[in-house]
Ligand binder design. Structure first.
Ligand SMILES: [Zn+2]
Ligand SMILES: [Zn+2]
Length: 327
């Protein structure tokens, strides 16, 4: 499918800065007609043969420059439930890169040159989004240690507490990328996205960008989502047991129940820069402008995925017993 301008016949694309369809040839807004046709091997506009990546769902014809969305890869089992349309256009993404790297990075002269940046492309990356209900039952032994000196004697008092937590946490749309080409660690660092602006999927948002279908199924990738939900639950628990010198777990029971899963496309600007036979990958979140470079890949702080603690049902602080030790 291609989007053609009613006024001039040109290829209409989704323009993030205007948040609407835009014809770069005659500057019309929302003048598109969806024209069916085309395949991953042949351009729907000029008929030239196309060579696309194995998982491509939309691509640009090298011959005429049109963006083509491949129907059979956005329909049926491949139809995304959601799409986060690009909010940053290419200029916006470049500005974010300049802000982040300025002139300080290794900065070969052509790192941010127009010619090099021509290789920067906007990609809709396939993601699975998992919803969970988590129930976390925790029992632990907490201590509070107090010490003081009197004369030549040092006193240490250790108080023991029974720490009980029962948390119900709802996770909404824990994201896991389903693209072999995109490195998992980098995609994780692209988070967070603003889920408020999810749109029902429509192919028009893909015009002007590259797109991929999911490379792996939701079942196959679920472990990564569970790991994220578990570590976010753990973080919430840790935040709720502050104030002790130590907390030794006696019983931990974290139960995750999957409530749903949906398929979505997320916007990423990708810039692969070749320098001295090495490729440096830079990614900009097409929605928020967050920039991630190849190095350093540090694991980001655990995101909370809009996690909400529904009910901290029981929060009990039992003072079990205290011991006074004299050393
Ligand atoms: Zn036009
Ligand atoms: Zn073409």
């Amino acid at each position: 499918m291609v989007f053609k301008c009613r006024n001039c016949g040109g290829n209409v694309v989704y323009e993030p800065s205007r948040q609407s369809m835009y014809c770069p040839h005659c500057e019309s807004l929302d003048s598109e007609d969806a024209v069916q046709g085309g395949s991953p091997t042949q351009c729907a506009v000029c008929g030239a043969p196309m060579e696309v990546q194995a998982y491509a769902s939309s691509s640009r014809c090298e011959h005429c420059g049109s963006y083509v969305v491949f129907n059979e890869r956005v329909e049926g089992t491949y139809e995304p439930r959601w799409i986060l349309p690009f909010r940053l256009n290419k200029d916006g993404a470049v500005k974010e890169m300049e802000k982040e790297f300025g002139r300080r990075i290794f900065a070969p002269r052509d790192f941010m040159s127009t010619k090099s940046l021509a290789k920067m492309v906007g990609v809709y990356v396939p993601f699975w989004l998992y919803d969970y209900k988590a129930r976390y039952d925790f029992v632990g032994e907490g201590t509070k240690v107090r010490s003081w000196q009197s004369g030549n004697t040092e006193y240490v008092e250790t108080s023991y507490y029974e720490v009980i937590r029962q948390m119900d946490v709802a996770f909404d749309k824990v994201p896991v990328d389903a693209s072999y080409a995109m490195e998992d660690g980098i995609m994780d660092l692209m988070e967070p996205y603003d889920y408020q602006v999810f749109q029902d999927f429509e192919p028009k948002y893909m015009s002007g960008f590259y797109g991929e279908i999911y490379n792996q199924g939701a079942q196959e990738l679920e472990e990564r989502a569970q790991t994220k939900a578990r570590s976010a639950s753990e973080q919430l628990l840790q935040e709720s047991v502050q104030g002790y010198s130590s907390v030794r777990p006696v019983r931990k029971d974290l139960n995750l129940q999957r409530e749903g899963v949906s398929y979505a496309l997320m916007p990423v600007w990708q810039y692969l820069y070749r320098y001295r036979n090495k490729t440096y990958a830079f990614h900009v979140n097409g929605q928020t402008g967050k920039v991630v470079g190849t190095t350093p890949v540090s694991r980001g702080k655990v995101a909370a995925y809009g996690a909400s603690v529904f009910a901290a049902v029981v929060l009990i602080f039992h003072l079990a017993f205290g011991i006074l030790e004299i050393l």
